[in-house]
Every structure is written in structure tokens, then in C-alpha cells.
Write a protein that binds this ligand. Structure first.
Ligand SMILES: [Zn+2]
Length: 286
């Protein structure tokens, strides 16, 4: 499932391609035809993400999309006067002056009014990619829980946008025992987890890939400061993961390999329906 940085990158991409322009909207597959008609010809005003939820303001209507497990919404530059004919089940196609975007396989694709949008956002915890998010809201929702921090980090009402890769990697980066119940977690550690997400997720957003290895984090930060990240982002359509950096992680999918910090063997457990990768030898903090 795409994590929050992917949806924020998608919102950025939609804005770069369409913001301030009228869009042609249609539902080649037919399932969204009546709603697409309400968007058609209106100006795309704004696209924003809240965790894994995407909201796109088109005229006076807001489109709400959640990609779920298999959804895709690539934004491609126009190669000819018209985009190629839709292939397969395209729920929504947007066409602007220089770009086109096809939405396929979303878990949610619907139009929402302001009240409904507020309801959706109210169910979500703070989003490390939103500047005004408050980590204490997440703390309030986790610090009395018997559930483990590994499980709580996947709960979108505790923190919005974190998925399995960030969960595993951040807990290892901070040497936190993933099996610590929320009620035993110190507030200091919670703030460190939050700060690390605030550091890492913008890099994921900028490069459309999750970057957590210390050497790569440093290189990615340098690329952002120099403006190179922006050039790279403009070339990414969202069809596949970014590949600026070699895809490697501290613990994710590294069961049986030595821990990069202490050399002990990394393990996996099933937690919150997803595989947790971690080091039982050096992840001891809580
Ligand atoms: Zn270790």
C-alpha cells in the first residue's frame, strides 16, 4: 500500500500539471461517469493529501481518492495533441493543457462536500508531512493503549500516512522495542519517533521513494538543499517508485541478515496484519 509520502507526491504532481487550469474529466470505465461530468471543464484549484487520503478541489467540488492497495494515479506529460486511448479500467481521466492522468483501481473515488471532508480528516491522526500537525494529538491517542507501538504506528488515527516500511525503519533507527505497549512508551520516545518521521517523510515525498539509510538521508537532504530534488521530482510520473537512490533499508525485508547496528540476526513478526522487521538485540528502548 502506498504510504503518505506517495500521496503527498501525487498531490504535488497534480498541482504542477493542472493547478489553475480547466480540466477535461471523464470516466472511460463508466463507473464514475456522472461525477466526472460534475468536474468536467472546471478549474483544478488545489490538490492536497492528509495521510493516505487525497483531496482535489475542482471548481466547487472536492474529489476524494484513496488508492488502497492497488490504486494508481500517474500524471504524464502529453506526447501528442490527445492522450492515448484508455487501456483497462480507468475510473477517472483528467486532461489539462500539457498533462493527462489516469486513475485506476482506487479503494475510494468519490465527490465530497466540506462537511464530509471534515469528518474524514477528523478520523486521522497528525500527518508528519503537514506543517501544522500536532504530535500531541497522536500521543493522546496512544499513551493509554495496551496495543504495541508497532501496531499503533500503523493506526491512521494515531499518525496519518505511516505504513509498514516507515514503521519498521523508524523503530530501528531509534532503537525502540516495537513490542512496547503504547502505555509504556515514554513521551520523549514518541517525540523522537515523530521528529524522525518529520525528517524522513519529506525526503520520501521529494524522491518518491522511502529513504532511511543514514548515508542516503544525508545525500537526499543535500539534493533538496541544492534544488536537484525538484528537478528529479518533475521527471517522476508516479507510475513506479523513484530510483534516484539504491533501494536498501536497515531492517525492512532483511530477515535473517545481520543487524546494521549490532550484528545480531534480524527477525520478523506478524503485527497489525503486516510483517514487522526488527532487531530483538538492540531495539530495547521504550
Ligand atoms: Zn541490532
Amino acid at each position: 500500500m502506498p504510504e503518505g509520502h506517495t500521496i503527498h507526491a501525487l498531490a504535488d504532481r497534480l498541482e504542477r500539471a493542472f493547478k489553475g487550469h480547466p480540466v477535461e474529466a471523464s470516466s472511460p470505465q463508466g463507473r464514475f461517469a456522472a461525477d466526472a461530468e460534475r468536474l468536467d471543464g472546471k478549474v483544478l484549484e488545489r490538490a492536497e493529501a492528509w495521510g493516505k487520503h487525497l483531496f482535489v478541489d475542482v471548481g466547487d467540488v472536492a474529489l476524494h481518492v484513496h488508492l488502497g492497495l492497488i490504486g494508481q494515479f500517474p500524471v504524464r506529460p502529453m506526447q501528442a495533441a490527445v492522450p492515448p486511448s484508455p487501456v483497462g479500467a480507468v475510473r477517472l481521466r483528467l486532461i489539462g493543457p500539457g498533462h493527462w492522468a489516469d486513475l485506476r483501481g482506487p479503494m475510494i473515488c468519490t465527490l465530497v462536500d466540506r462537511a464530509r471532508r471534515r469528518e474524514i480528516v477528523a478520523t486521522l491522526g497528525p500527518d508528519p508531512l503537514r506543517r501544522r500537525s500536532q504530535p500531541h494529538v497522536g500521543w493522546e491517542r496512544l499513551h493509554r493503549s495496551r496495543r504495541t507501538i508497532a501496531e499503533l504506528l500503523m493506526d491512521q488515527s494515531v499518525v496519518a500516512g505511516v505504513g509498514n516500511v516507515y514503521r519498521c525503519e523508524v523503530l530501528h533507527r531509534l532503537a525502540v522495542d516495537p513490542l512496547t505497549p503504547g502505555r509504556d512508551l515514554s513521551q520523549e520516545v514518541w517525540h523522537q519517533i515523530w521528529d524522525d518521521l518529520v525528517l524522513l517523510m519529506p525526503l520520501g515525498r521529494a524522491f518518491s521513494q522511502i529513504i532511511t539509510m543514514p548515508d542516503q538521508v544525508e545525500a537526499a537532504q543535500r539534493a533538496r538543499r541544492s534544488g536537484r530534488a525538484r528537478t528529479i521530482a518533475r521527471q517522476l510520473t508516479g507510475e513506479r517508485l523513484g530510483d534516484t537512490f539504491e533501494r536498501r533499508f536497515l531492517v525492512y525485508k532483511r530477515t535473517g541478515e545481520p543487524c546494521p547496528r549490532c550484528g545480531n540476526i534480524l527477525q520478523q513478526n506478524e503485527i497489525a496484519g503486516r510483517r514487522l522487521y526488527w532487531c530483538p538485540a538492540c531495539q530495547l528502548r521504550h
